[in-house]
Design a protein around this ligand. Structure first.
Ligand code: FAD
Length: 320
């Protein structure tokens, strides 16, 4: 391994680090023997989980007193670099807070950022992989100047696999003087109601598209997702139409999913949709047009009307 040190920004939720954080840690430990994580808020309570996935150290920025993470976390990382020396690269998740940290860190360190990264390998330095044009081409990039590379990684780029490591050692990482830049605070936050698994973590995803015909038919998608203990997804067409919230969108500008089974119902298979689900293990497509592009990547294709096929599927699942 030629990479001496990698830092990974790991985002806390109520009860765990996010799945993208665990994916990045899992991959980072295959590239470097010295992986450290950086977190904030209640993140330090997940030192055992961070260690299990490969972090030796967990730098803790601590309580942000209601501030958004971008400003204090970027400042703390800059202070850490001044104190401990720069890592080869800092891996940051593609999330709202992750992107905020990355942009601010880039400005503070005067270093470039590589975004939309879906692969990372070591070739006498870090080589990053970027899908472009809806995933039909891949661009490879490498930092050519000295200093830490700032790399913003897409969800589901790597498998999250625990390694059985000991809990990471928690070390405080204090932000520098922030002045007025940290004066924006979180006033309220809204957690969207959900009954089943999270879309990005579900083993079965059932998605609907414009072929459903109207918003009310989406209830069939939700029912099948529930019967299969999965999550309900959507194409952008029906998100833009206001049938379902954006949080359901799968694709280039939505979520990337890699379930065991992905069921696409009334979805044509535009490249921007497929880039978010083509890594699924088994793809089932239901479409009335036998020439729909989705059939090119489907393992099982059903040429039929969703208004007939979906109710029949519900009956069959209930009968089991
Ligand atoms: C920059 C950019 C980013 C984008 N990002 C995303 C993204 O993240 N996710 C995304 O999904 N899209 C994205 N899009 C949009 C994408 O290009 C497509 O427009 C969109 O995916 C189409 O959604 P759809 O398949 O539901 O609708 P359509 O393309 O209209 O397809 C509907 C399908 O339903 C079938 N159908 C119709 N009636 C029935 C029926 N009764 N029974 C069965 N089948 C039926 C039709 O044969 C057709 O194949 C993006 C576009 C751009 C330009």
């Amino acid at each position: 391994m030629t990479l001496s040190t990698l830092w990974v920004l790991v985002e806390p939720t109520e009860d765990s680090l996010t799945s993208t954080s665990l994916e990045m840690l899992s991959h980072a430990r295959t590239l470097s023997d010295n992986v450290a994580a950086i977190t904030w808020g209640n993140g330090a309570s997940f030192a055992a989980q961070a260690g299990d996935y490969g972090a030796k150290t967990l730098y803790d920025v601590g309580d942000l007193s209601g501030a958004l993470p971008g400003v204090p976390v970027a400042s703390a990382i800059q202070a850490l670099i001044e104190r401990e020396g720069a890592p080869d690269a800092i891996l940051i998740p593609t999330s709202y807070d992750g992107r905020d940290v990355a942009g601010r860190l880039s400005a503070r360190l005067d270093r470039p950022v590589l975004t939309n990264v879906a692969g990372l390998r070591d070739e006498s330095g870090l080589v990053t992989e970027h899908p472009v044009f809806g995933g039909s081409l891949t661009v490879y990039a490498k930092f050519t100047s000295d200093g830490p590379g700032i790399v913003v990684v897409r969800a589901k780029s790597f498998a999250a696999e625990p390694a059985g490591g000991v809990p990471a050692t928690v070390v405080a990482a204090t932000p520098g003087e922030l002045g007025a830049t940290a004066s924006a605070t979180i006033v309220t936050s809204h957690v969207e109601e959900r009954t089943g698994p999270k879309l990005e973590d579900a083993t079965v995803v059932v998605s609907g598209g414009r072929g459903l015909g109207d918003a009310s038919t989406y209830a069939l998608i939700e029912e099948i997702a529930k019967l299969l203990h999965g999550a309900a997804g959507a194409s952008r067409a029906i998100v833009d139409a206001g049938w379902v919230p954006y949080s359901h969108q799968v694709g280039q500008t939505g979520k990337t999913v890699k379930p065991l089974v992905y069921v696409a119902c009334g979805i044509s298979g535009a490249t921007q949709h497929m880039v978010g689900m083509k890594g699924s293990k088994n793809i089932v497509a239901i479409n009335k047009d036998p020439d729909a592009p989705i059939f090119q990547i489907a393992d099982l294709g059903i040429v039929g009307d969703v208004h007939k096929v979906l109710p029949a599927l519900i009956d069959a699942l209930k009968a089991r």
